[in-house]
Design a binder for this molecule. Structure first.
Ligand SMILES: Nc1nc2c(ncn2[C@@H]2O[C@H](COP(=O)(O)OP(=O)(O)OP(=O)(O)O)[C@@H](O)[C@H]2O)c(=O)[nH]1
Ligand SMILES: [Mg+2]
Ligand SMILES: [Zn+2]
Length: 357
């Protein structure tokens, strides 16, 4: 194996020479578990750690190595252990905003060529969530594709409906329907996988990401788990992100299911996800139209005459609201939350008053 087979091309080679670290060699991060890393070179995969200086000089989590990153390492103990001394720039980055008040990002993976957005045909299917993932990938400069798993659990008619819904909401989103159980559709996934390219599985817990990767590997290396029947949600079986090199040469990263997708960054991502709506909104009478109740709103008109589906309109509004909320400063958010709190309190009081004789 050659480092190039792991994705180390001319671009990275050049970046590596610009970051002189004597006695260091490039390696790719294949797993991250808190402070511990696994890195891989052309020959082996070994445990690695950051130097203290590296950790302390990191301004944010974005400065720390993530799965898929290329790092410069110094091998120790006859090559059985590595110290990470440098991080090479990233070509692409898959990241989400961390839930909570701080505007901070969590890197899911770096240097990904394609994101496999995984949803199960039965309980997990959700167009709005799909939109969020599509935006997330696009903002990171990453192509994406939808993998609809568990096709064995729905009728052909239901399946047909799902695909039509995706096509209506995101016309250019490629979809592969598959069943890890029957093996249907797995060849279509294999056809997509290219040697030397990196893919990342993202989606809710329990949709079958690890099961799919096990099927692609042909052995049960990754732990999978049964879905709780009560709520149809998984138990978060996968605990860490891990890059696996398939025999045919493609690299696939498994990730733990995302409970909630933090607010997504703004601007381009939304515009690119909803090009038709962006186009429409240029025709609104007011430039600051919120597309909710203004006269002369082109979006509302399009919904009325059926040109734009209600579902798509709603998911656009939701994303827009979230990004606006995200754009506000922390103080503004506090103010808004406080106002909302007051509003709720008042509503409760009024309600109580009405109830009491
Ligand atoms: N019927 C059916 N069950 C499946 C399919 N794919 C996965 N499963 C089952 O779904 C459950 C969850 O699968 P996992 O692969 O652990 O799901 P995951 O997406 O990796 O979940 P996390 O690691 O928690 O994010 C397991 O019991 C699988 O056997 C499928 O195509 N059809
Ligand atoms: Mg898993
Ligand atoms: Zn409008």
């Amino acid at each position: 194996m050659d480092l190039r087979d792991l994705g180390f091309d001319e671009w990275f080679r050049e970046k590596a020479t610009e970051l002189p670290k004597p006695d260091c060699k490039p390696a790719r991060v294949t797993a991250v578990n808190r402070e511990n890393y696994l890195v891989r070179n052309e020959k082996t995969e070994v445990a690695a750690e950051l130097t203290g200086a590296f950790r302390f000089s990191a301004g944010s989590s974005l400065d720390l190595p993530a799965v898929g990153d290329w790092v410069l390492v110094q091998y120790q103990n006859a090559g059985t252990f590595a110290i990470i001394r440098g991080l090479l720039p990233r070509k692409t980055i898959l990241r989400r905003k961390t839930p909570g008040r701080d505007i901070d990002y969590q890197i899911i993976a770096a240097n990904i060529d394609m994101a496999f957005i995984v949803q199960a045909c039965d309980s997990d299917f959700n167009l709005r969530r799909l939109d969020r993932y599509l935006v997330m990938a696009r903002e990171g400069g990453i192509q994406s594709m939808l993998l609809l798993t568990k096709s064995d659990l729905v009728s052909p008619e239901e399946l047909e409906q799902r695909i039509a819904a995706v096509k209506q909401s995101s016309a250019d989103c490629r979809v592969i329907v598959l069943s890890n159980k029957t093996g249907f559709g797995l060849d279509a996934v294999r056809e997509v996988l290219e040697k030397g390219k990196t893919y990342c599985l993202i989606g809710s817990s329990g949709v079958g990401k690890s099961t799919l990767l096990n099927r692609l590997m042909g052995r049960d290396l990754l732990e999978t788990n049964t879905v709780r029947t009560t709520d149809g949600k998984g138990r978060h079986t996968t605990a860490r992100r891990q890059l696996i090199v398939l025999d045919q040469g493609a690299m696939v990263i498994d990730t733990p299911g995302m409970r909630e997708l933090g607010n997504i960054g703004l601007g381009e991502g939304i515009d690119e996800s909803f090009p038709d709506i962006t186009e429409l909104s240029n025709r609104c009478r007011f430039t600051n139209c919120t597309h909710t109740n203004e006269p002369g709103c082109a979006l509302l008109a399009a919904v009325r005459n059926g040109e734009l589906s209600e579902e798509r309109y709603q998911s656009y509004l939701k994303l827009l609201r979230e990004s606006e909320y995200h754009e506000m400063s922390y103080l503004e958010k506090r103010r808004k939350d406080r106002k909302f709190g007051q509003f709720v309190n008042k509503a409760i009081k009024q309600h109580d008053k009405r109830k009491s004789p």
